[in-house]
Write a protein that binds this ligand. Structure first.
Ligand code: ATP
Length: 234
């Protein structure tokens, strides 16, 4: 279980996160929703150590991660797929995937690259091609695949749907949901596409201006017209 309490992060004078509490239960998808600038990416970056929070705790199975390097966190089972699909276009698909195994969780069995190809057959078909040939959706699959070969317990996904056609979003979200159900993966899914995110999430957290507005079961949130109109854009 990932338990975030009182997390506060500033960029100079801008307080991007203000005492945020979030719990991501094991084997569940927790969607973090909210408008542009709500602090969603900052939350994930603060959890995974890419930015340093000024206060608060991030407990993974009871161990405080704050202050550890991103590499160390990966070794403890925290995977982060940042916004923007950081594939290395000069490397092949297979080489990109292999990079993921460098951050493998300590004590976990090596995850064969075939695992990523099973989940995303399109990657397997083109494993020796340079990643630059991939479409946006395929790049998203590659970065998720790369995170999975590190055998994470908790996967932080930042805006995986950005710029993708609804059909591709549905495909990727379906695979994420399957991983959670079949393998007990724990996911924190940051999305502006609240409608799609809530369709696969168990719990929804609404952020606004760096603060948690509400935390509710996803189905309940999807039905709350007032909240949807005020914060979720649908
Ligand atoms: P988006 O979907 O646009 O990424 P978000 O909800 O993820 O939005 P953040 O990117 O976390 O929001 O931004 C939260 C606030 O912090 C915003 O006011 C933003 O302008 C500010 N911010 C984010 N990154 C930086 C940075 N590197 N330097 C200064 N301010 C930043």
């Amino acid at each position: 279980m990932l338990q975030v309490t009182g997390l506060t992060t500033s960029y100079g004078p801008v307080k991007a996160l203000d005492s945020v509490d979030i719990t991501a239960e094991d084997g569940r998808i927790t969607a973090v929703l909210g408008a542009n600038g709500a602090g969603k990416s900052t939350l994930l970056r603060s959890i995974s150590g890419l930015v340093r929070p000024s206060a608060g705790q991030v407990l993974l199975d009871g161990k405080d991660l704050v202050g550890l390097s991103a590499e160390k966190m990966s070794g403890l089972g925290l995977g982060h797929v940042p916004e923007g699909r950081g594939v290395i276009t000069e490397l092949t698909i297979e080489e990109n995937l292999r990079l993921g195994s460098l951050g493998r969780r300590a004590g976990s069995d090596p995850v064969p690259l075939e695992r990523a190809y099973e989940l995303f057959p399109v990657l397997g078909e083109r494993r020796t091609a340079h990643a630059e040939v991939l479409s946006g959706g395929e790049r998203q699959m590659l970065v998720i695949g790369r995170a999975l070969v590190a055998a994470p317990k908790v996967l932080l996904l930042d805006e995986p749907s950005l710029g993708l056609a609804p059909r591709i979003v549905a495909q990727i979200f379906g695979i994420v949901r399957d991983l959670v159900e079949r393998e007990g993966l724990t996911v924190v899914l940051v999305e502006q596409n609240a409608r799609s995110a809530l369709s696969i999430a168990d719990t929804g957290v609404v952020l606004n201006l760096g603060r948690v507005i509400t935390t509710r079961p996803a189905a309940e949130l999807a039905e709350d017209e007032g909240l949807r109109h005020a914060y979720l854009g649908f």
